[in-house]
Design a binder for this molecule. Structure first.
Ligand code: MBD
Ligand code: FE
Length: 282
């Protein structure tokens, strides 16, 4: 029996994201002990403070303990950290940028996706559902010079909210590709508009969301990494106007500068959108 998307489980995407992250890790940060001690002490002290202020009970302490154990067993540490913590790390890391705003990477990036060229379609199934979308633009430096050969990596969910390599039944590189800007720094990407996205609800993160009476939604989004020699890598996501979750993204990763302005296509088939990238120097 072939596994289908509808059978996708949190444990599948969680375990996949954990395996992919561990593979990407090199030696880790070269952090001196004084800094490790300071950061660890402050995190632990912040937890003590919450326990005292809210008189956390033993029942609550045990509930948290078993939940933390389960996050690891589900492989959902990447999901948990990227949804609730990464946006502040990104804010701090890129505060000095003068070019494009970036946002979080999230748990589902895969390096080395198929190279398409300056113009073309992302790998997709023959009858991939979703509104056709043609996304074009130019990559420039802070002085407005075009960056020929800039690399634009893009990945996004399908119309059912599933990412290839993190849900069963999808072609390996579905809706993932690498574009290379032409001599004028320009590119044109043909794809489909993704749907609003619910993070997996059947794992530990879903359990937290249900227990706290939150919701699990992210607005529809395209993920991108834009890079060029001598420039800072830009990791971004692009959103669509009017999405109900642009204002209450569970991952807090929407910025007004990242909302696209799509227009009906001239040929009546779907939408076109123009969005340029400006990269900061390294
Ligand atoms: C996603 O697709 C995503 O972009 C983030 C940030 C978290 C979970 C799933
Ligand atoms: Fe995503």
């Amino acid at each position: 029996m072939t596994t289908t998307e509808s059978e996708a489980k949190a444990a599948d995407s969680g375990a996949g994201a954990t395996a992919a992250f561990l593979k990407k890790q090199g030696a880790g940060a070269d952090t001196p002990p004084e800094r490790v001690s300071q950061l660890a002490t402050e995190v632990i002290t912040a937890v003590h403070d919450v326990v005292r202020r809210h008189k956390v009970t033993y029942a609550e302490y045990d509930a948290v303990k078993s939940w933390l154990i389960n996050v690891g067993q589900d492989g959902e540490w990447p999901l948990f950290l990227d949804v609730w913590i990464e946006h502040v790390v990104e804010e701090v890391a890129n505060a000095h940028h003068q070019g494009n705003k970036g946002t979080i990477e999230g748990p589902y990036y895969v390096p080395d996706s198929p190279v398409i060229g300056a113009r073309g379609a992302l790998p997709m199934r023959e009858n991939e559902s979703g509104t056709p979308l043609v996304f074009s633009g130019q990559v420039r430096d802070l002085d407005g010079n075009a960056l020929p050969g800039a690399k634009i990596e893009i990945w996004h969910a399908d119309a059912d909210g599933f990412y290839s390599q993190y849900a069963p039944g999808l072609p390996e590189w579905n809706l993932r590709g690498t574009f290379v800007a032409d001599e004028d720094g320009r590119f044109e990407i043909t794809t489909i508009r993704p749907a609003p996205y619910q993070i997996p609800t059947d794992g530990s993160c879903g359990k937290l969301i249900a227990a706290a009476d939150w919701h699990a939604w992210r607005p529809a989004h395209l993920h991108l990494k834009v890079s060029a020699p001598g420039k800072d890598l830009l990791t971004a996501q692009l959103y669509f106007p009017g999405d109900a979750h642009n204002d209450d993204d569970i991952a807090s990763a929407v910025k007004p500068e990242l909302v696209l302005d799509p227009q009906p296509a001239a040929d009546g088939n779907g939408e076109t959108v123009v969005y340029d990238f400006v990269l900061d120097p390294e």
